[in-house]
Design a protein around this ligand. Structure first.
Ligand code: NAG
Ligand code: NAG
Ligand code: NAG
Ligand code: NAG
Ligand code: NAG
Ligand code: NAG
Ligand code: NAG
Ligand code: NAG
Ligand code: NAG
Ligand code: NAG
Ligand code: NAG
Length: 475
C-alpha cells in the first residue's frame, strides 16, 4: 500500500489514523482466522487440555475463538439462543448446552465425533430428521425438559451407539413405530411426563438391551408392546390411565425387578398377569381400583420383597393369596375396605417386617392371624373397627417394635395380650373405648418407651399397672 505525500498536516494525521486502523484490522483478521497454538481462552471460560468450560456466565451467545481442537465444551446455565457457530467445532466429543434458550439445533449435525450431548432445559419444539443422522458415536443424548412436540420419523435411526435417551418433560403425544428402531444399544429410555396415550404394538421391538423405561405421568391406557424388552429391569408406569392388566402383558419380562403402577385405574388383573416375573422385587399397585385379590395373582413372585396394595378397594384377603411370597418384607394394605382376612392368610410371610393394615374395616383379630410373622417389626392396625383384643393375637411377634391400634373401638384388652412383645418400643392405644386396665396388661413390655392411651374412657388406674415400664413416655 502506498500513500501520496501531502503537505497538509491534518490530512497527514487522517492518513496515519487510517493506516493504523488498517493495520489493526489486519491483525484482528489474522487472529480470528488462524487460531494459533497459543490461542487464548475465550473470555468467561476456563480452559485446560482440550476442555473449555463456560458455564453460568450469563452468556447470550457462543463465545468467539473457542479453540478448534476442543473436545469438551460446557456452556450450561447461560442464555444462549443461537448455536450456529458450533458447527465448526468438529472435534467435540462432549457438549453440554443444558439450561439455555436454544430452539434450533440443526448446526449440531456436523459434530460427528460427539459422544455426549446435553440439550436438556431448552426451548426445542421439534427434532428434525437430519440433526442426528451422522452422530453415530453418540452414547448419551439428553433432551428432557424442552417443548418437543414433534420428532420426525427416523430422527434417531442412526444413533446406533446410543445408550441413554432422555425425553422426559416434553409434549410428545405419540410414539411413531419407527421412532426407536435403530436404538439397539439403548439401555435407558426416559419418556415420563409427556402426553403419550398409546404404546403401539412393536414400538419398542428393537430395544433388546433396554434396562430402564420411564413412562410415568402420561395418558397410557393399555400396556402392550413390552414383549421384546427381555432385558428390562425397571418399568415406571405411575400415574397413567391403565385399567386392566392382561395375561401376557409382562410375559417376557423375566429380568424385571421393579414394576411401579401406582395411580392408575387398574380394576381388573387377569389371571397369571404377573406369573413370569420371577425376578420381581418391588410391585407397587397403590392408588388403583383393585377390589379382589385372586388366589393365583402373586403366585410366581417368589423374589418379591415389597408389595404395595394400599388405597384400593379390597374388601377381603383370602388364605393363599400371599402364600408364595416367602421373601416379602413390606406389605401395604392400608386404606382399603378390608373386613375379612381369612385364617392363615399371612402365615407363610416368614420374612415380613412391616404390615400396614390401617384405615380398613377390620373388626376382629383372629388368634392365628399373625401367627407366622416372627420377623415382623411394625404392625399398623389403627383406624379400624376392632373392639376386642384377645390374648394370643400377638403371641409370636417377639420382634415387633411398633404396634398401632389407635382409633378403633377397643373396650377390653384381655389379660396377657401383650405379654410376649418383648421388643415393643411403641404402643398406641389412643382414641378407643378402653375403660379399665388390667393390672398385668403391660407386664411383658420391657422395651417400651412410648405408650399412647389418650382419649379413652379410663376412669381409674390401678396402682401398679405401669410399674414395669421404666422409661415410658405416656401420651
Ligand atoms: C448434562 O449431561 C451430562 C451427561 O450425562 C452430565 O454429565 C451433565 O452433568 C449434565 N449437565 C447438567 C448441567 O446437568
Ligand atoms: C452425513 O454424512 C454424509 C457423508 O458421510 C453426507 O453425505 C451427509 O450430507 C451427512 N448428513 C448430514 C445431515 O450432515
Ligand atoms: C444414516 O447414516 C448413513 C451413513 O452412515 C447415511 O447414508 C444415511 O442417510 C443416514 N440415515 C439417515 C436417516 O439420515
Ligand atoms: C417373548 O420373546 C420371544 C423372543 O425372546 C419372542 O419370540 C416372543 O414372541 C415373545 N413373547 C411375546 C408374548 O411376545
Ligand atoms: C411365561 O414364559 C414362558 C416361557 O418362558 C411362556 O411359555 C409362557 O407363556 C409365559 N407365561 C405367561 C403367563 O405369559
Ligand atoms: C368399591 O367396591 C364396591 C363394591 O365392593 C363398589 O360398590 C364401589 O363402587 C367401589 N368403589 C370404587 C371407588 O371403585
Ligand atoms: C406355605 O408354604 C409351604 C411351602 O413353603 C407350602 O407347602 C404351603 O402350602 C404354604 N401355605 C399356604 C397356606 O399356602
Ligand atoms: C406361634 O405360636 C404358637 C403358640 O402360640 C406356636 O405353637 C407356633 O409354633 C408358633 N408359630 C411359629 C411359626 O413360630
Ligand atoms: C363396626 O363393627 C360393628 C360391629 O362390631 C358394626 O356394627 C359397625 O357397622 C362397624 N362399623 C363400620 C364403620 O364398619
Ligand atoms: C410366648 O412365646 C412363647 C415362645 O416364645 C410361647 O411358648 C408362649 O405360648 C407365648 N405366650 C403367649 C401368651 O402366647
Ligand atoms: C365409659 O365407661 C362407662 C363405664 O365405666 C360407661 O358407662 C360409659 O358408657 C362409657 N362411655 C363411653 C363413651 O364409652
Amino acid at each position: 500500500m502506498t500513500f501520496p505525500l501531502h503537505q497538509d498536516a491534518a490530512a497527514a494525521a487522517v492518513l496515519r489514523r487510517t493506516r493504523m486502523m488498517l493495520l489493526l484490522l489486519l491483525l484482528m483478521f489474522s487472529f480470528s482466522s488462524f487460531p494459533s497454538v497459543t490461542a487464548e481462552c475465550p473470555e468467561g471460560c476456563t480452559c485446560y487440555d482440550e476442555v473449555v468450560e463456560c458455564y453460568e456466565q450469563v452468556l447470550d451467545r457462543i463465545p468467539d475463538r473457542i479453540p478448534q481442537a476442543t473436545k469438551t465444551l460446557d456452556l450450561c446455565y447461560n442464555e444462549i439462543r443461537d448455536i450456529e457457530s458450533l458447527a465448526l467445532l468438529t472435534e467435540l466429543q462432549s457438549l453440554d448446552l443444558s439450561f439455555n434458550e436454544i430452539m434450533d439445533i440443526e448446526s449440531l449435525a456436523h459434530l460427528t465425533e460427539l459422544k455426549t450431548l446435553n440439550l436438556s432445559n431448552n426451548n426445542i419444539v421439534e427434532v428434525k430428521n437430519r440433526v442426528f443422522a451422522n452422530l453415530s458415536q453418540l452414547q448419551i443424548l439428553f433432551l428432557h425438559r424442552n417443548k418437543i412436540e414433534n420428532i420426525e420419523t427416523g430422527a434417531f435411526n442412526n444413533l446406533t451407539s446410543l445408550k441413554e435417551l432422555e425425553l422426559d418433560y416434553n409434549n410428545i403425544h405419540k410414539l411413531d413405530l419407527e421412532m426407536f428402531k435403530g436404538l439397539t444399544k439403548l439401555d435407558e429410555l426416559g419418556l415420563s411426563n409427556n402426553n403419550i396415550k398409546e404404546l403401539k404394538n412393536g414400538v419398542f421391538s428393537n430395544l433388546r438391551n433396554l434396562q430402564l423405561l420411564y413412562l410415568d405421568n402420561n395418558k397410557i391406557m393399555e400396556i402392550e408392546s413390552l414383549a421384546h424388552l427381555t432385558e428390562l429391569k425397571t418399568l415406571y408406569l405411575r400415574n397413567n390411565y391403565v385399567s386392566e392388566l392382561k395375561h401376557g402383558a409382562f410375559a417376557n419380562l423375566s429380568q424385571l425387578q421393579i414394576l411401579f403402577l401406582h395411580r392408575n385405574k387398574i380394576e381388573n388383573i387377569e389371571n397369571g398377569a404377573f406369573n413370569n416375573l420371577t425376578s420381581l422385587k418391588e410391585l407397587e399397585l397403590d392408588y388403583n381400583n383393585i377390589h379382589t385379590l385372586d388366589l393365583e395373582m402373586f403366585k410366581g413372585l417368589t423374589k418379591l420383597d415389597k408389595l404395595g396394595l394400599s388405597n384400593n378397594n379390597i374388601s377381603e384377603v383370602k388364605n393363599g393369596v400371599f402364600s408364595n411370597l416367602r421373601n416379602l418384607q413390606l406389605l401395604f394394605l392400608h386404606r382399603n375396605k378390608i373386613e375379612n382376612i381369612e385364617t392363615g392368610a399371612f402365615n407363610n410371610l416368614t420374612s415380613l417386617k412391616e404390615l400396614e393394615l390401617d384405615y380398613n374395616n377390620i373388626h376382629t383379630l383372629d388368634l392365628e392371624m399373625f401367627k407366622g410373622l416372627t420377623k415382623l417389626d411394625k404392625l399398623y392396625l389403627s383406624n379400624n373397627n376392632i373392639s376386642v383384643l384377645k390374648h394370643g393375637a400377638f403371641a409370636n411377634l417377639s420382634q415387633l417394635q411398633i404396634l398401632f391400634l389407635h382409633r378403633n373401638k377397643i373396650e377390653n384388652i384381655e389379660s396377657g395380650t401383650f405379654n410376649n412383645l418383648t421388643s415393643l418400643k411403641e404402643l398406641e392405644l389412643g382414641y378407643n373405648k378402653i375403660y379399665k386396665l388390667d393390672l398385668e396388661v403391660f407386664k411383658g413390655l420391657i422395651k417400651l418407651d412410648k405408650l399412647g392411651l389418650s382419649n379413652n374412657n379410663i376412669s381409674e388406674v390401678n396402682n401398679g399397672v405401669f410399674s414395669n415400664l421404666r422409661n415410658v413416655q405416656l401420651l
